[in-house]
Every structure is written in C-alpha cells, then in structure tokens.
Design a protein around this ligand. Structure first.
Ligand code: AMP
Length: 176
C-alpha cells in the first residue's frame, strides 16, 4: 500500500516538460525529512537481507536515495550518468525515453562479478532508462541484479515492468 505521508507530499506538475505529461516531482519528497526517513527505511527493509554490495543510481534523481540506501546497507554507490559526465573509461547504452532519445554511461571498473547489485531510480514510466541501466550492469556479469523505483506509473496503461524478464525482481514504493 502507498504510504499516505508520501502520497500527500508528492507534487504532480501537469504538462511538464511537454504538454500531456503529468510530471511526478520527487523533490517535494526529498526536501521533507519525514518522507526521506520513510523512503530510506522502506527501502532498507526490502533489501537488508539481499547481500547487496553495490547500489547503482541513475542520474540524477536516482542518486539521492540510492546513496542514502547504500550507506544504510553497507554497500558501495555507483553513478549511472548522462554522456560525457564520467571522467574515466565508460560503457554506454542508448535508449528511447517517454520524451526523446538518450544515452547513459557507467565507469568500466564500477562493478565486478562478485557484486550483488541494486539499481535504483525515481520513477518507472516506459522502462526505457532502467532497461538501459540494467543492460549496462548485466555486461559486468554480477551475481544478481535487483531493481527499485520510488514510483511506478501504471494508471495510464503504462507497463514499464513488461520490458524486463518475468523473473527480474522489481520493487516500487508508490504505485500510481
Ligand atoms: P522511462 O525510461 O520511460 O521509464 O522514464 C523514467 C525516467 O524518466 C526517470 O528517470 C524519470 O525521472 C523520468 N520520467 C519519465 N516520466 C516521468 C514522469 N511522468 N514524471 C517524472 N519523471 C518522469
């Protein structure tokens, strides 16, 4: 069930960044101390027994809780970034977004075969950006990959989950 405090504090911005998009603005959750605590604690409960060694956050809204959770889990934190932002050698993946095309990158030495990885982002819409991050992480051949979002959009017929294999373990804190 969606946490009522999170639901009350999540801001919806109609027609941003283009007409027709209902933008779920998580900055109103991030600025609220109570919401931060609820989200980090809910995430910790979901992943505390999974042996996670690396949390991968997707730029930029995936960095906030991803890093907080990594500290709580005793895991490392890895940035999945927009092109040209990471200084060392990277792996890249290009994908289609709800509004346009994009590429993400990860450092070539960010993950190894012994890692158990949780990839985190703020929101699941079409699933394009998480699928690209998932494909990037898969190239490192880690022990296991888990996926988490703060928000999953399903009410407008979106089925972002369907782009992943059925056995992929995906959790979300808020379903809208
Ligand atoms: P997608 O790749 O279609 O699943 O889109 C997810 C990414 O785009 C996330 O990083 C979100 O931050 C952003 N995004 C897409 N749609 C929305 C929306 N309606 N509200 C807020 N963020 C969105």
């Amino acid at each position: 069930m969606n946490n009522p405090t999170l639901m009350k504090n999540l801001r919806n911005v109609p027609n941003y960044p283009i007409p027709g998009i209902q933008f779920k603005d998580v900055t109103t959750l991030f600025k609220n101390a109570k919401c931060m605590k609820i989200m980090v604690n809910e995430l910790y409960e979901l992943y505390k027994d999974k042996g996670i060694t690396k949390v991968v956050g997707i730029e930029s809204r995936g960095f906030v809780l991803g890093a907080a959770l990594a500290v709580k889990l005793g895991a490392g934190f890895v940035m999945c970034r927009k092109p040209g932002k990471l200084p060392a050698e990277t792996l890249k993946e290009t994908y289609m977004k709800e509004y346009g095309k994009d590429t993400i990158e990860i450092h070539k030495d960010a993950i190894d075969e012994k890692d158990i990885v949780l990839i985190h982002d703020d929101l699941l819409a079409t699933g394009g950006s998480m699928k690209a991050a998932y494909n990037l992480v898969k190239r490192f051949n880690p022990q296991k990959i888990y996926i988490n979002f703060i928000i999953e959009l399903t009410s407008e017929g979106q089925k972002g989950r369907d782009v992943f294999d059925k056995d992929t373990e995906i959790t979300t804190l808020i379903h809208i």
